[in-house]
Design a protein around this ligand. Structure first.
Ligand code: CIR
Length: 254
C-alpha cells in the first residue's frame, strides 16, 4: 500500500511565513479539522497515512512537501529557503529513512519541495526566493544519474512553482499563465485555471484522481469537462498560510 506522510497542524500556524499574501487570522481548530478531512481524502484513495506530531515551534511544519523530494530510487532532504523552516527537515529524514536511500541539499543550496514538479522523468524546479541555483544544481547532480531530466523553471508572482502549475494527468498540466509561461513545458497539454481562481493551479494528482480545494468550483468544472476525476477538500484556513493541497503530504509509492 502506498504511504502518505503528513504532519499535524502547528498550533502556532498563524505565525507562518507569508510572501504574497496579507496576514489574516487563522482559526487553528478549523485548520486542524480541514487537515483531518485532507487525511481522509488520502485514505479514501488507498494511502496509508503516517501522521507526524505537530512541531509547535515551527508554524509552517504542516507543509511537509517542502522538506523532501521523493522519487522511486531516493529521497532528497531539502534545505528550505526560509530559515525559519530549516528545523522541520530532521524528523522528515528519519521518517523517510526506512523507505528510501537519503541525499541532502547542502548549504549554500536552498530548495523547497513546493518548487519541484515531476512528470515521469521530467523534473522542473522553480527558481524562486526559496530555491536557488545552487540547490537546483545539487538536485540535478543527485537525480540525473537515475535518469531524471532536471532543469530550472522561471516564474513570477507566486511562492512556488507548484503554486503556478501542477500535473493533472500523464501529459497534462493545470496552469495559471499569469505566473508562468507554458512554453517551458514543450510537449504538454494544458488546462487553464479559471481566471477568478488563480490559486487553483495547486492541484494534487494521486494516481488518476485530482485532489483540489473546494474553493475552486470553476476550475473543478474545467477538469471534469476533460474527464478527470476530482475529489475536493476544504482547505481555506491552510490557504491563508499560503499553502495548497500538494504542500501537506509527501507521497511514497511502494
Ligand atoms: C511558507 O511560506 O513556507 C508557508 N507559509 C507556505 C508553504 C507552502 N508550501 C508549498 O506550497 N509547498
Amino acid at each position: 500500500m502506498p504511504i502518505a506522510i503528513v504532519r499535524e497542524v502547528s498550533p502556532s500556524i498563524a505565525e507562518c511565513e507569508l510572501t504574497h499574501l496579507d496576514r489574516e487570522p487563522i482559526d487553528y481548530p478549523r485548520a486542524a479539522r480541514q487537515h483531518e478531512e485532507y487525511v481522509r481524502a488520502l485514505e479514501s484513495l488507498d494511502y496509508r497515512v503516517v501522521r507526524l506530531p505537530a512541531l509547535p515551534e515551527y508554524p509552517d511544519a504542516v507543509f511537509v512537501e517542502d522538506c523532501a523530494v521523493v522519487v522511486g530510487e531516493i529521497a532528497v532532504i531539502t534545505r528550505p529557503g526560509a530559515e525559519s523552516r530549516r528545523g522541520e527537515t530532521p524528523s522528515i529524514a528519519e521518517t523517510l529513512r526506512p523507505h528510501r536511500a537519503l541525499a541532502f541539499i547542502e548549504s549554500p543550496g536552498t530548495l523547497d519541495g513546493g518548487d519541484v514538479l515531476r512528470a515521469g522523468t521530467m523534473i522542473r524546479v522553480g527558481r524562486t526566493a526559496r530555491s536557488n541555483d545552487e540547490g537546483i544544481a545539487q538536485l540535478r547532480a543527485i537525480l540525473q544519474p537515475f535518469g531524471y531530466d532536471v532543469a530550472a523553471a522561471e516564474l513570477s508572482g507566486c511562492l512556488h512553482l507548484k503554486t503556478a502549475v501542477t500535473p493533472v494527468g500523464s501529459n497534462l498540466l493545470l496552469i495559471n499563465r499569469e505566473w508562468i509561461d507554458p512554453s517551458q513545458f514543450p510537449g504538454f497539454a494544458f488546462v487553464d485555471v479559471d481566471p477568478s481562481e488563480p490559486f487553483s493551479a495547486n492541484a494534487m494528482l494521486v494516481d488518476d484522481t485530482v485532489i483540489l480545494s473546494s474553493a475552486f468550483p470553476r476550475t473543478r468544472a474545467r477538469l471534469e469537462t476533460r474527464g478527470i476525476r476530482v475529489v475536493t477538500v476544504d482547505a481555506t484556513e491552510l490557504a491563508k498560510a499560503e499553502g495548497g493541497v500538494t504542500c501537506c503530504s509527501l507521497l511514497i509509492g511502494e
